[in-house]
Design a protein around this ligand. Sequence first.
Ligand SMILES: Nc1c(NC[C@H](O)[C@H](O)[C@H](O)CO)[nH]c(=O)[nH]c1=O
Ligand SMILES: CC(=O)[C@@H](O)COP(=O)(O)O
Length: 134
Amino acid sequence: MTISLGFVVAEFNRDLTYQMELLGREHAEFLGATVKETILVPGVFDMPLAIKKLCQREDIDAVVTIGSVIEGETDHDQVVMQHAARKIMDLSLEFNKPVTLGIPGPGMTRMAAHERVDYAKRAVEAAVKLVRRL
Ligand SMILES: Nc1c(NC[C@H](O)[C@H](O)[C@H](O)CO)[nH]c(=O)[nH]c1=O
Ligand SMILES: CC(=O)[C@@H](O)COP(=O)(O)O
């Protein structure tokens, strides 16, 4: 059975998330999985509703989130990341479907974010493994 993935990709820091999306797509192809649907959202904090819509689809086996949360002058990056990560986990449990985290941060400089674009591959790999094993 070919595993069908849904991608939810943040436009915020698009120079980074574009690279991450490409890496994620390449890795999905390498693993024999299909990226059936991709939803672009403004930022990581805006992901939950898009994740929910993909989780409701019977033709999608898992959802992969792709984004990058970079620190600013305040602790706003902590708010964005902590709440998004928690909701991502909650939605996975609510819909009994893997929703994986391809979002580095918080507390991350732009340089550190560049060094972690492979988080997208990690999230795709985790999604495929979970579908196969669960
Ligand atoms: N600072 C980052 C954000 N912030 C924006 C929020 O995610 C959201 O789009 C806004 O609050 C409107 O609801 N988003 C990221 O993805 N990455 C960041 O570094
Ligand atoms: C995580 C973000 O939204 C970031 O742009 C916030 O920057 P700042 O803390 O300088 O307001």
